[in-house]
Design a binder for this molecule. Structure first.
Ligand code: 5GP
Length: 116
């Protein structure tokens, strides 16, 4: 069950609005945006959840953060601000089991926490 919809996007088997790609990761717009800007940063290496991340993959995790920050800066979003989120497993709200970072921006973002 390691193959996900994000692997299909990486392999170009299904379309996505890709905004950045390098040898380590890909970034594309979320199909159901929760903010005016909602981009997902996904490692190409299979890592189902943050709970599966290994110390040897620490650099890759940093690359996801830097790619999100660079994208926000390049799009002129950094000064107003943005949020990055990584959901892990069921209570975290994870629905696609290939680790990914959400970048949310473009408007003041609401608070988050326990679903009411
Ligand atoms: P999670 O809930 O796992 O943290 O986030 C998964 C995200 O992937 C959701 O925000 C969802 O809208 C997005 N998503 C699910 N399927 C697709 C797809 O086929 N294409 C794109 N671009 N986003 C998707």
């Amino acid at each position: 069950m390691s193959d996900t919809i994000f692997h299909k996007i990486i392999r170009r088997e299904i379309p996505a609005d890709i905004v950045y790609e390098d040898e380590h990761l890909i970034a594309f717009r979320d199909v159901a945006p929760q903010a005016p800007v909602h981009v997902l940063f996904v490692p190409k290496e299979t890592i189902p959840t943050l709970d599966d991340l290994q110390p040897s993959q620490a650099e890759l995790a940093g690359r996801l953060m830097l790619a999100a920050a660079n994208h926000a800066r390049e799009q002129g979003l950094a000064e107003d601000g943005y949020r990055v989120v990584m959901n892990c497993n069921a209570d975290g709200g994870q629905t696609v089991f290939q680790m990914h970072l959400h970048l949310l921006a473009g408007a003041p973002l609401g608070s988050f926490g326990v679903r009411k």
